[in-house]
Design a protein around this ligand. Structure first.
Ligand SMILES: *Cc1c(COP(=O)(O)O)cnc(C)c1O
Length: 415
């Protein structure tokens, strides 16, 4: 791997090889991560990075665009087919710039918007007070029901009627349950709000027909392309034709300059993969694995927010285990199981050392792991949390983890 880097830049090479080893010898449970295919890697690392192409296909500001236009149009057409979208912009550099572009396109500064609180599973771009979204717009934040851990649609309806937002944002970062898109759209219509769905986490499951899609109902739907979508780091914005002009203008020249055509080509590859029947099997297996892992964790006394999952994502409240989320994350890192500490709804602890951990199955499912491996993972997590401070036991678990992982190759890693 990486022959030219090895020759030219041994310091960087060492770090990259160590990371490749980490990715292949450990269990990746961060729900926003995945392993992309060799073809996605090739497109993303290609000569397309050399080209400037400000503008859109057929309307560029630099010469030499005949191939670039074809590539960008391919990404657009595949995304349209995959999601059934009327209009698609494939240029956003990532999820946060995509959300910023949507707000910039369709709102005025100071307008009222509704989004889920960060500590209940929302994203920083959904109105965190110290973030651009929270400073530029008046976000009214909704929460989940403290008893059920689920969205309370009647509460959301009441808030919408009281605050009359110009936009309602649905779609989350740490919410394990399916979302009632139709109901959200109904509420948005009742108060005359623009409906915006951020499906960054679940786009792959929606594209793979394992979850219901908001695209038929919502004014605007955006997603990152690097999570369950299994493409390069980046994002796309889909919208109804009536918003197309405003969205395109906000992305370029409103917010961004030259698009990253290497990433756009890699998006085209990923959408092509997602259009194949195998991707439906993948999406279904991601959910089966998450559900099985959730049940295996519950058997071992772990308390799950909302008591389970409908998606790829599980949120564990470790309070009854007397282990803070941060200590669990650190110990699991030591055995080669990567996940992240996370707040649980109404967390009494601080976001830097919250009560929970967040995990998910997109990456392990890409490697071909199934229910049998989910049982092993639950067991390793249980034993690790109990063995905090016991270096011998942690070392033993690490070796077990490595032995299983190396039998499930990671695309693009040959070491
Ligand atoms: C990941 C995520 C984003 C932002 O994506 P970046 O590419 O990290 O900027 C936005 N919204 C949600 C719900 C996400 O989960």
């Amino acid at each position: 791997m990486y022959e030219s880097i090895q020759k030219q830049d041994p310091v960087l090479f060492q770090a990259m090889i160590k990371e490749a080893k980490r990715q292949s010898e450990g269990v990746e449970l961060i729900p926003s991560e995945n392993y992309v295919s060799q073809a996605v890697l090739e497109a993303n690392g290609s000569i397309l990075t050399n080209k400037y192409s400000e503008g859109y296909p057929g309307k560029r500001y630099y010469g030499g665009q005949e191939n670039i236009d074809a590539i960008e149009n391919l990404a657009i057409e595949r995304a349209k087919e995959l999601f059934g979208a009327e209009h698609v912009n494939v240029q956003p550099y990532s999820g946060s710039p995509a959300n910023t572009a949507i707000y910039f396109a369709l709102l005025n500064f100071g307008d009222t918007v509704m989004g889920l609180r960060l500590d209940h599973g929302g994203h920083i771009t959904h109105g965190l007070p110290i973030a651009f979204s929270g400073k530029a717009y008046h976000f009214v934040q909704y929460g989940v029901n403290p008893e059920t851990g689920r969205l309370d649609m009647e509460e959301i309806r009441k808030l919408a009627q009281e605050h009359k937002p110009k936009m309602i944002v649905a779609g989350y970062t740490a919410y394990p349950r399916d979302i009632e898109w139709k109901k959200f759209k109904e509420i948005a219509d009742e108060v005359g709000a623009i409906s915006m769905a951020d499906i960054s986490h679940t786009a792959g499951l929606i594209a793979g027909k394992a979850l219901e899609s908001p695209v038929p109902y919502f004014d605007v739907v955006m997603t990152t392309t690097h999570k369950t979508m299994r493409g390069p780091r980046g994002a796309i914005i889909m919208c109804k034709e009536k918003h197309a002009k405003a969205i395109d203008k906000a992305v370029f020249p409103g917010l961004q300059g030259g698009p990253h055509e290497n990433a756009i080509a890699a998006k085209a590859v990923a959408f092509g993969e997602a259009l194949k029947p195998e991707f439906r099997e993948y999406a279904a297996q991601v959910r089966k694995n998450a559900n099985h892992l959730a049940e295996e964790l519950k058997k071992r006394g772990f308390k799950l927010v909302s008591d389970g999952t409908d998606t790829h994502l599980i949120l564990v409240d470790l309070t009854n285990k007397n282990v803070p989320g941060k200590d669990a994350q650190v110990a699991l890192d030591e055995v080669g199981i990567t996940l992240n500490k996370n707040t649980v709804p109404n967390d009494p602890r601080s976001p830097f050392d919250p009560s929970g951990i967040r995990l998910g199955t997109p990456a392990v499912t890409t490697r071909g792991m199934k229910e049998n491996e989910m049982g092993k993972i639950a067991d390793w997590i249980d034993r690790t949390v109990k063995a905090i401070g016991n270096a011998d036991e942690l070392k033993k678990i690490k070796e077990e983890v490595r032995k299983v992982c190396v039998t499930f190759p990671v695309p693009g890693i040959k070491i």
